[in-house]
Ligand binder design. Structure first.
Ligand SMILES: [Ca+2]
Length: 390
């Protein structure tokens, strides 16, 4: 009980401080604007939490115990955040899931986003060797190209989950400390940095650890601003994919057709990493479009295209890389299909000269595009609660 009343008190104090701070514009005024400690108010931090802060200060380079205590005192516990985390992960079939992402507005906005940032996408492609339409699609799926970046104070989200959500406390308390570090580094204000209920930030919804590790200042203005700067956002997502070993010009996924679905059932599940070759799939009676070589590694997935109707897909290495951003195969397929829609490609594998040039001597006519895969599948879908290394 004592603990609760202390928290209520600190929340009240935090509320006052954050109101005062909220007057200034978000971020990037060049220097941290955290207020000094209120001379006579700091509420005592419960011993358990203070011990956690001490440990975090030892584990997080560039962050002092006082930085963490200051952040802690400024944070507010939000029940809405815990409720959002506890919402049961809905198991949506693919045909429901795709309706969220593969829609005319998201496609049209994606085309505009690519067009309006053409030079940036080109520069990112040259530097990071990641398909630009995949980068655009990620930003489209995550935040509707920066239009929906979340309304929670990141500080509150990470504090609430790091200190009031035992089953993920270890992860989120570390992200709390990473956020304190990032805030210091970037000169942000706690009161104004907003994100998802899990603390994911900016156009690509980076968690603090990812932000620290993979965000880049792609327009060279001295800030890594994934909230307002398209160049930084695009460069950072591309950098993330490059760092997770995107293979430029290689396929993502393709629909395949098992003759006997019972024979391949054992190949489903167990993650998203390629665990079989196309040649082995063929030996099991799975028909794979002939353009795909036998030695290509893949993972078999199934998707529910309409109630009770399933399709099978081979997800290649790049499909796996997309699941490093969010581990759901539904997510990866949505990102891929949206990328095709906004780039006007039928398939990155069939239509892409880059891929064929090295292998086929440069001027082979593009193989005939396959029939566009019909939409389908079923994996548990968690609401978006942040990404990267979870
Ligand atoms: Ca920048």
């Amino acid at each position: 009980m004592k603990k609760i009343s202390t928290i209520v008190l600190s929340a009240l104090i935090a509320g006052t401080l954050s109101c005062a701070a909220a007057a200034a514009p978000h971020a990037h005024s060049g220097h941290p604007q955290q207020k000094p400690h209120h001379p006579h108010a700091p509420a005592p931090i419960p011993p358990h939490d203070d011990a956690v802060l001490k440990k975090l200060s030892q584990e997080t380079e560039g962050v002092t115990l006082e930085d963490l205590r200051y952040a802690y005192r400024n944070a507010q516990k939000k029940d809405s955040i815990i409720n959002a985390m506890n919402r049961p992960g809905e198991a949506k079939p693919w045909y429901e899931y795709r309706k969220i992402f593969i829609v005319p507005k998201r496609i049209a906005d994606g085309k505009n986003f690519m067009k309006n940032n053409r030079a940036i996408f080109k520069k990112a492609e040259d530097r990071y060797h990641v398909a630009p339409e995949i980068v655009a699609s990620i930003i489209g799926v995550e935040t509707f190209y920066g239009q929906q970046m979340g309304k929670y104070r990141v500080l509150d989200a990470l504090y609430t989950l790091g200190f009031h959500y035992p089953k993920r406390a270890d992860y989120f308390s570390h992200e709390f400390a990473n956020f304190v570090k990032l805030t210091k580094q970037q000169g942000w204000m706690y009161s104004e940095t907003l994100g998802s209920y899990a603390g994911a930030m900016g156009m690509g919804q980076f968690m603090p650890w990812s932000y620290l590790k993979w965000a880049v200042d792609f327009n060279n203005d001295g800030h890594k601003d994934l909230f307002h700067n398209n160049a930084d956002a695009i460069g950072s997502v591309a950098n993330y994919f490059d760092s997770h070993e995107w293979h430029y010009g290689e396929p993502v996924t393709v629909r395949v057709y098992p003759r006997d679905t019972a024979r391949v059932e054992r190949l489903l599940g167990n993650g998203t990493k390629p665990d079989i070759t196309v040649g082995e799939l063929r030996k099991l009676g799975v028909s794979v479009p002939h353009e795909y070589d036998n030695d290509l590694r893949c993972k078999l997935f199934k998707f529910e295209e309409s109630a009770g109707t399933w399709s099978y897909y081979a997800g290649f290495h790049n499909f796996y890389v997309i699941t490093r951003y969010n581990k759901s195969p539904l997510y990866a397929r949505a990102v891929y299909e949206l990328s095709l829609e906004i780039s006007g490609k039928t398939s990155d594998y069939y239509d892409d000269d880059r891929h064929h040039t090295p292998h086929h001597g440069g001027h082979a006519p593009a193989p005939k595009p396959p029939v566009k895969p019909a939409p389908a599948p079923k994996y548990p879908v968690k609401p978006h609660d942040g990404h990267h290394r979870r």
